[in-house]
Design a protein. Sequence first.
Length: 292
Amino acid sequence: MADSVVDDWHELNEDFRRLEAASKTYQEKLEEVTKWQKECEKQIHHQKYRMAIIGGAIKRAQDNRYDEIKEEMMKRKAQLHEIQQTLPKESGTYLKVILGNVNVSILNKEEKLKYKEEYEKFKLVLSAVAFVLSVVNLLFISRRVERLYLFVLVWYYSTLTIRESILRVNGSRIKGWWMVHHYISAIAAAVLLIWPEGETWNQFRTTFMVFNAYLSVVQYLQFVYQRGVLYRLKALGERDNMDITIEGFHFWMWRGLSFLFPFLFVVYFFQFYIACSLYSLIQSLKSKIVDD
């Protein structure tokens, strides 16, 4: 028995030496990766600098003989963009404020796509949660459930802004206005969360909950539709693999669009109605304050 234990320990020591060797090789490779990343960044900067000079010379010359070079330069820009997607990027001011100076670049293409898919699933799951909580709030009047729902909205939109910032760092072409929309949504949800219970809230509450329940359904329909359209366009090479499903209507959605228009128009009308309702409540509150 004792000999068996000693033999097992010696065997484990051999395994550990192999682990140490593998770890050393791993550390060396990591240092090599960092070195080649810097070299690639240096060469990309050099390419862009020289291309800018050559492009300026061609523009001044206005000679048709350079048309072929122009086409090659366009291809080169696309190639440089592809290479840049494999290199670490700056996180940006927002992520630095929220997370600190942390590298959020995902260098593996499969991991990038996996993170994007998790983002889509996150939106879908939270839409379902929002729908359930909205319906519960319509069926039962409970300040605790209301606050829970509004807290979920604040957390959801705040988390979305962080996830979308990470996606942008990793090559997703999310527009700035889209992220601003989610910043505003997070702030609006926070305002609703601290809105004191009273007559004005009770007047607004039902409309708000009905809108959110309906919006959750429309977001699900959009997700299913846009996912299908993006899949086809990505297969044809007309959209990037890191493109995401988004709310509202955009030019590439014309492909095969048939049933979404009525649902979207109702959402936009509902939003206008809510804006008018809030304005009316504010005016009513002002009048009461003046009368008092």
